[in-house]
Design a protein around this ligand. Structure first.
Ligand code: FES
Length: 108
């Protein structure tokens, strides 16, 4: 395995699984989750940060990936989510900031 691999703990419906990836394998975290988990209706706007169907709860994200940019803060606050750990997965790039993070698929 290449040594810049990134390990993610994914929680879906209470079940945990570990997924390994590396920078550049996917355009963003939403694409990875959609590809690996076959989630229905996930990522409907294709990563524009507008639909919020790619919403996740996160734990253990580091660095600048904690900063919500572009459409993300506006889209989330329209839905009443102001917490730092609630994110749009399409706005998170797969970088070492995500290594060992916990990502929970949310239903809202
Ligand atoms: S895919 Fe639509 S907000 Fe993320």
């Amino acid at each position: 395995m290449n040594d810049n691999s990134i390990k993610l703990v994914i929680i879906e419906n209470g079940a945990k699984q570990i997924i390994q990836t590396h920078p550049g394998e996917y355009r963003n975290l939403m694409m990875l989750l959609r590809d690996k988990l076959f989630l229905e209706g996930f990522g409907e706007c294709g990563g524009m940060g507008r639909c919020a169907t790619c919403i996740i709860k996160t734990k253990g994200i580091n660095g600048i990936s904690n900063i919500k940019e572009r459409n993300e803060p506006a889209t989330l606050s329209k839905l009443g989510f102001h917490e730092n750990d609630i994110r749009l997965s399409c706005q998170l790039l797969i970088t070492p900031d995500l290594d060992n993070a916990e990502i929970e698929i949310m239903e809202y």
